[in-house]
Design a protein around this ligand. Structure first.
Ligand code: MEV
Length: 325
């Protein structure tokens, strides 16, 4: 039996804009996806059912990439502490954990760049070629991750990721960011609207909107500027500024029509007890986040409005092997 786990993530700045090469900042959260893998008879299985490329495209493409389609069958069991299809990177965490378990199975090294690359290619195939490496890099590396169109001197550069997309070849420089001591006193409260929202659909919706209203490209550029300012504030521990920039990021995301009334409501109720709040991830439902020094009060405010919450520090360990033969 092999068991591996990887964390979910919250995007602090730059969702959607990152698909167009703008910078983005994300943190791993204290809620994980765990994959156990054991040899079995007959065919490959996931949670007791035959592994199916329609339902589990990420897992099938990772299996084929690491073991080949003709490999001897295994049964995968998945346990998740994340809300599914809610913008918390559950499919990226599943991909990273599955990839780590497969590499362990064949006795290969736990190379984080290889895990992040294979997981990103699997995500991109499932999202019709439009997927940034933000979710898969954060699930793999953990902590706080910045994606940029250039190598940043203030952060720890880890690797370059390139991808052929419908908009041409894109390339991202992936960095780990050291958070200031003060950021360790803050919490993120994640509030779920309970509305499932597939990332691929939201990403295609933005692509269509930008074709119809090309002037909205300006909002995408502004999101990149906010992300840069946000990571600078985070790395010096100016949490008040991080909060204000999160509020601004939410307004920009509303402009490109990826928020929804339920997200706006949860963001609004969280603001009086927090430093700032915004939707996170693809939107159209899914989750919002609030940066707060008073997580109990913020969580209660969100719960009073019917949102389910996760309270997490900013950052959690990346992909890891939990058990090996
Ligand atoms: C999804 O977590 C974030 C998006 O920016 C899509 C992507 O980066 O692939 C909406």
């Amino acid at each position: 039996m092999v068991r591996a786990s990887a964390p979910g993530k919250c995007i602090l700045f730059g969702e959607h804009a990152v698909v167009y090469g703008e910078p983005a900042v994300a943190v791993a959260i204290d809620a994980r996806v765990q994959v156990s893998m054991a040899p079995c008879k007959g065919e490959w299985k996931l949670d007791g059912n035959p592994l199916n490329s329609e339902r589990h495209p990420h897992v099938v493409s990772l299996r084929d990439a690491v073991l080949g389609a003709e490999s001897s069958p295994h049964s995968l069991m998945v346990q998740s502490e994340l809300f599914p299809a809610a913008g918390l990177g559950s499919s990226a965490a599943l991909s990273a954990a599955t990839c780590a378990a497969l590499l362990q199975l064949v006795g290969d090294e736990m190379d984080s760049e290889r895990i992040a690359t294979l997981s990103h290619l699997a995500e991109a195939a499932a999202q019709k070629g439009r997927a940034s490496p933000v979710d898969t890099s954060t699930a793999t590396l953990g902590g706080c991750v910045m994606l940029s169109n250039e190598k940043e001197s203030f952060a720890d550069w880890r690797y370059t990721r390139t991808l052929e997309t419908p908009d041409g070849e894109l390339s991202w420089e992936i960095h780990s960011v050291d958070l200031a001591e003060r950021a360790r006193d803050a919490w993120l409260v994640v509030g779920s609207t309970g509305i499932h929202s597939p990332t691929g659909k939201m990403v295609s919706g933005v692509a269509e909107l930008l074709t119809q209203r090309p002037e909205l490209r300006q909002e995408i550029t502004k999101m990149g500027v906010v992300a840069r300012a946000g990571v600078a504030a985070l790395s010096v521990g100016n949490l008040e500024e991080v909060g204000e920039l999160m509020d601004l990021a939410h307004s920009l995301l509303r402009e490109i029509e990826v928020s929804c009334p339920e997200l706006d409501r949860l963001v609004e109720v969280a603001r009086s007890t927090s430093l700032g709040a915004k939707m996170t991830g693809a939107g159209g439902g899914g989750c919002m986040i609030a940066l707060t020094l008073n997580p109990k009060a913020t969580a209660e405010a969100i719960e009073m409005r019917g949102g389910r919450v996760i309270i997490t520090p900013l950052g959690a360990p990346g992909v890891r092997i939990e058990e090996s033969p």
